[in-house]
Write a protein that binds this ligand. Sequence first.
Ligand code: IPM
Ligand code: MG
Length: 358
Amino acid sequence: MKNILILPGDGIGPEIMAEAVKVLELANEKFALDIELSRDELGGAAYDKYGVPLADETLERARAADAILLGAVGGPQWDTIDPALRPERGLLKIRSELGLFGNLRPALLYPQLAAASTLKPEVVSGLDILIVRELTGGIYFGQPRERLVKDGQRMAYDTLPYSEHEVRRIAKVGFDMAMVRNKKLCSVDKANVLASSQLWREVVEEVAADYPEVELSHMYVDNAAMQLVRAPKQFDVIVTDNMFGDILSDQASMLTGSIGMLPSASLDANNKGMYEPCHGSAPDIAGQGIANPLATILSVSMLLRYSFNAVKAADAIEQAVSQVLDQGLRTGDIMAEGCRQVSTAEMGAAVVAALKNL
Ligand code: IPM
Ligand code: MG
């Protein structure tokens, strides 16, 4: 029996999670996956329930689980609380405590949605890139970090540290992913300025020796941001640090026209993982039943594939999503002429129906 901890989170989190859980329950039955679900809170919902964005008991449940499925965290009602208790801190803490250093963020353009991108169809059609983001190091966690008053001026600083161990393990994830894809890896850094990036580049070069089949390139992050909109199809796998990966993955997601479609995985050294949509909690549309549940449903597919090696079930869910798009069903964020606009629940029900019939 495998246990999945469900953390719906805030904003649209609970709505999209409800649909993803229906898909997960059906997959469990249909493919005899022997999965049981448990539930808890993270982020603002946890702050409201426990007074902290990640309670110790939740962390223990997460440690004990075989995988975690997360909705999204954050919302304006928690903007004014103590910064140390903000919803985002809960997310950063669970990543760090569970050692989920390897963040996989695919940017895949569904052919049915080519018109949804703000870029020309010829620039993005067939786009399929994977950003591998380091998730538990760098400037997000570096110490010291401080706010102080010096010579009567408020000032603040953060620290951007990387050890060779941290770079080596994320570089390996990048190379491993490239090996099962098109064998091209681009390491993105700022080695013309930052000491941490110089080490990063050095270590990535060393790891490359173990992967002679992979074509490795290096790119400065500013150039990478430019190349991503100029000619995104030149990339296969990108490996980069925590902050650059945060920025570039948002940018890459918009190439596909629909951040509402993209799942992500955050993995530890043993492929235990937390899976979540790439988009946020969208408080502006929360409670309206119009959010796109497909990124969370596709996160279920990623979970089954990476943590449980349930390839058939994962493939089937992706196929069901593709069929629903073929049927012309669209939530508002991906709506196009000639399609039928549906609610969160209708979209979920359509995927369930398609999966049943596969
Ligand atoms: C992400 C988010 C988080 C991050 C925030 C919510 C802390 O932007 O997962 O990309 O910066 O990592
Ligand atoms: Mg982000």
